[in-house]
Structures are given as C-alpha cells and as structure tokens.
Design a protein around this ligand. Sequence first.
Ligand code: NAP
Length: 299
Amino acid sequence: MRILVTGKNGQLGRSIQKLFNADTKIGNNQSPNDFIFVGREELDLSSESSISLYFDNNKFDIIINCAAFTEVDRAEQKAELADQINHLAVKQLAIIANKQRARLIHISTDYVFDGESDKPYLEKDTSNPINVYGRTKLAGEKALQTVMPMNALVIRTSWLYSEYGNNFVSTMLRLGRERDELSVVSDQVGSPTYAADLAGLILEIIRHNKFRDEGQSTQIYHYSSEGEISWHRFAKEIFKIEKIACEVNPVTTQQYPTPAKRPKNTIMKKDKIVKVFNIKISNWKSSLNTCMKILKQKQ
Ligand SMILES: NC(=O)c1ccc[n+]([C@@H]2O[C@H](COP(=O)([O-])OP(=O)(O)OC[C@H]3O[C@@H](n4cnc5c(N)ncnc54)[C@H](OP(=O)(O)O)[C@@H]3O)[C@@H](O)[C@H]2O)c1
C-alpha cells in the first residue's frame, strides 16, 4: 500500500501525519514508509504540468487530498487560482487516480451550501455556494464525481480548527489575550470540527472494507463535531476554558462585512457516515477541550 497525503503543512495534513506516525497499522503489514506526505514544494496543485510530472514518477494505491486554496476572502480576488487548486487540480487527481487504479479521498466544505435552510443539510440537498471559495470547491466535487464515479469519497467538513497554523481558536486566543473586549458574529451557525478527529475518521475509513473493496460507487459524506453553535458562542467557550477575561459582544453578519459572503446556517446531518462506517462522533465541547489541552502543553 502506498498512500499519498497532499497538503502536508496544512491543519489536516499535519493532524494526519501526527496520527499516522503514532498508528501505522492500517491493514496488513503496513509500514510507516507507506505514507508519503507532500506539500506544494513536491506537488504544486496550481500547475497542471507539476501534477503530471509528479505522478509520472510516483504511483499510489490511495490518494488523500487535504490541500486546497482555503483563504475564503482572498479567493474573491484570486478566483482563477482558487479554481485551479480547488477544481481543476481535483479533476486531474481523479483522472490520475483512475489510471493508477488508486482510491481517492477528497475533502470538501459546508460552504457548498447557501446557508438559507432551517434544517441540517443532507448530502443530497441542493448545493448553492454564495462565494468563490464555495463555488470552486463544489466544482471540484462535481468534476471528481464525473471523472471517478467509482472508488472515490468526498468528505464535506466545516469550521476546521487544530493546534496548527491559523484558525478560529488560535486567532481568538491571541485576540483575547490582547484585548478587553471583542465583537464576534452571532448569526452564523454551524459545527466546528477538530482536525485530529477528522484525521482519525480518515484512518478508520482507510481500514474499512467498504473503502478497500474495489468497485464501490463514489459517495459524498458529511462530517463535523456534534452540536450546533454560533461563532460568538464558540469564542465564549474558548475564553471560558482558557479563563480569559475578554468580553465577547455578539454582532450580526451585517455589522461585520467581509469580502466573501458567509452562509448563515451550515449545520450538516452526519447520519450517513455514522451508519456506513460505524463511527462515533465527538461533541464539539469535548474536542475543543482536547485541542486546547494540547495547545497548553505546547506553550
Ligand atoms: N479550514 C476550514 O475551516 C475548513 C472548513 C471546511 C472544509 N475545509 C477543507 O478541509 C481541507 C483541509 O483544510 P485545512 O484547514 O487543513 O487547510 P489549510 O490549513 O489551509 O491547508 C491547506 C494546505 O493546502 C496547501 N496548498 C495550497 N495551495 C497549494 C498548491 N498550489 N499546491 C499544493 N498545496 C497547496 C497549503 O500549502 P502551504 O502550507 O504551502 O500554504 C496548505 O498546507 C481543505 O480541503 C479545505 O477546503 C476547511
């Protein structure tokens, strides 16, 4: 088994590396050398020729695509680059995976939805992204499904955070220590996802017969922590755990304009992934506590 993980320096890529280094018994006689982690230096998804060249010289059984253009606001100005990385490169990876008879696991986003539903989104619900990032990620999903109707899997996740890089948790901790009060949006609701939990899920999926058996139809799955919160409530909980005495004032999306529009409600139903892979999903508070304990140890 040769397993490629792209985006090695990102939140999810680093979380997978940490977990895979600790637990490499995926299937029979698996060795740590079976995992190849690459960043843009080795495999630049903004360049079609870089992708072709890399795979001409490297063959895999599983490709896990964690790399993406993830800067939601910047994507509004860099639509072409975002489309290349989030859409065209995904299509190319799918074509290559087919040729190499590799399975493909691709990560997508809750931002494929417009957020106007008053119910949690199902995988089959109509997507209608309201910003460039969401549109490019949806185009990537669709291209993958067209090119690779079998042997691939798309996991849509939301509000990803971790002990690595810049994310909502690390930003709130920094601002909370610098300021006496902060304004945080209270009318956007969703479910946070700890990247280590998602890495654990990917590990379980790879081990699962349902994924390993050839000839399975390509599926989309939703995955996040359990529970529904606003960014405002999330910030308050971060300060509570860390005992930071910073006041968090609720503001509306209208009062806090950003270059890219954000969907209001992106809660996703996760029954499908729970049933198919027989997994348990943690509550957002317990995962947040775990991440913050690790952040404390790193200080
Ligand atoms: N973050 C969220 O809140 C969130 C929410 C929903 C879904 N997702 C999805 O979850 C997945 C993982 O997200 P994440 O938070 O781990 O992202 P991240 O921390 O931003 O990492 C993305 C990685 O992609 C790499 N990358 C960007 N452009 C590249 C290129 N041209 N060639 C090769 N690699 C490139 C980056 O490399 P550098 O380190 O060199 O920049 C980075 O390491 C993505 O598919 C994302 O769309 C994320």
